[in-house]
Write a protein that binds this ligand. Sequence first.
Ligand code: F6R
Length: 613
Amino acid sequence: MCGIVAYLGDKDAFPVLIKGLKRLEYRGYDSAGIALIEEGDINLYKCKGKVSDLEDHIGGKSVRGTVGIGHTRWATHGEPNDINAHPHTSESGNLAIIHNGIIENYASLKEELTQRGHTFKSDTDTEVLIHLIEDIQEREGVKLGEAVRIALNGVIGAYAIVVIDKDRPKRLIAAKKSSPLVIGIGEDDFYLASDATPIIEYTKNVVYLNDEEIAILDLDKGLKLVNIANQEKTPYIQELELKLEALEKGGYEHFMLKEIHEQPRSIADCLRGRINSLQGRVQLGGIKDYEDKIAKANRVIMVACGTSWHAGLVGEYLFEDLARVPVEVEYASEFRYRNPIITENDVVIAISQSGETADTLAAIKMAKERGATIIGICNVVGSTISRETHGGSYTHAGPEIGVASTKAFTAQVTVLTLMALSIAKKKGVIEESRFRRLLIELENIPSKVEEVLKINSQVEFIADIYKDANNALYLGRGLNFPVALEGALKLKEISYIHAEGYPAAEMKHGPIALIDEAMPVFVIATKDASYEKIVSNIQEVKARKGKIIAIVTEGDETVKGIADHTIEIPETDDSLVPLLATIPFQLLSYHIAVMRGCNVDQPRNLAKSVTVE
Ligand code: F6R
């Protein structure tokens, strides 16, 4: 993880770096730091904590310089403290580096460098890299760009780096492998960052670096790209579509709350131009060429992590039920290490909000090498996963900044529903009447989500009752089992309450032992095929004095008579219930976290984009 930002030009670099780091803080917030070149010196400011702590640390000190680098850290090597904070400097102090990624062979490199007289201040792999670069520069008598290239040839691992040299204040060297890096091309200046959010207000013209590419940015000579094999590359300049307003809180207290409330719009954006119930049409341009392959696939394997994995589980139900395609859902981190049997007749669908998750990326690279067709469902346009796939569909949810995923999940489920419907139609395995009904229902989902959001104050009331719980259980059946898992994940990650999601019928095989009068049990009990069964499960909890908070279909009286609290959601087709039932759980976790004084948008130990394996 970690966020990196850099500026080279004639403006004051400090505000650009600080603002950029604040935008990238979702990537990690264990420590922050900047380095600026000022009158032939590198001035370094860094400390443990957030970017706001860095601002306090700098206080009224002069921070001038028109070239600089900044970093916000998610700790991997070395505990989060002032010394391990980036930037790191070389042995002589002439060079400084920021780094996102992991240098796996850092220990052997450090050993060699120590034998050659290098001494290290921090425990980080990054400091080893900048020492190595300087060591090569001196030993081989080469320029900085060439020294970076040679060093990277000896490095195993992942990196997005930017290096500055105090004697060359008009130059920056940047490189990337398996960690993202974007270069913004201004009129007379350059902006670099882990994603486009720190760049958007200065320029719309960007170059996404490819793996093993090195960028040499020079204020007099412009941008030059080479790869680590020293072949010159032509920069491909793209125009950003991102809007600045999407990166602001827009009057909400937290990004998470804003993003929960954006769901009517984000789902509508995801559907836009892709369905037409009047014409009975579903169309996903990005997978058109692969639909036949999916329809005839030996099996579809969905790979993802965390919340995206939960979306995959919903997808499994939808693909199997609607399109009659066999599906397996895999944790990317397990799949890639299992030596799985993959054939050319398999289709792998990678689901990822960020499009940068290291395990998901590694899983699809492995499946691609073994001949599978790879389809992506990503939110971040131009992200690494979206570029590694054969085809795919963006979720169009807009930037998700709160670390806990909300609108990205519902958008992923929406895309999976569209894919399942499209394949079902292609295979001719869905009745026309059901197909049309589902299209109409899908078109109605944004306004039904709007309805669900109106229960916010009721959910806040329930949150107040259960905010001090130590444990919580989430139960659901069928398509709503992944909703239960997602509800439990949301609660634990932002409020630090232990929560477990379970298939409701499994409760009696163990977790029922946990139930007593202190245990809140959140149940999805909407009127679907397993309604009667879930009512029985609720009775089982009540018989043991557990507290039931049930999500029910509007007008339900049966569950209301048994449960401690009910939250009503509008009626919809069984297949689409997850899109509505998820929302009360998002709101509940949000309110409980706020009431417990937790940092909702930046929960402890987490980062939005998990680019380490
Ligand atoms: C939870 C959450 C994480 C992510 C996971 C995968 O709220 O956000 O569990 O879902 O880290 O991230 P992406 O979707 O970016 O691959």
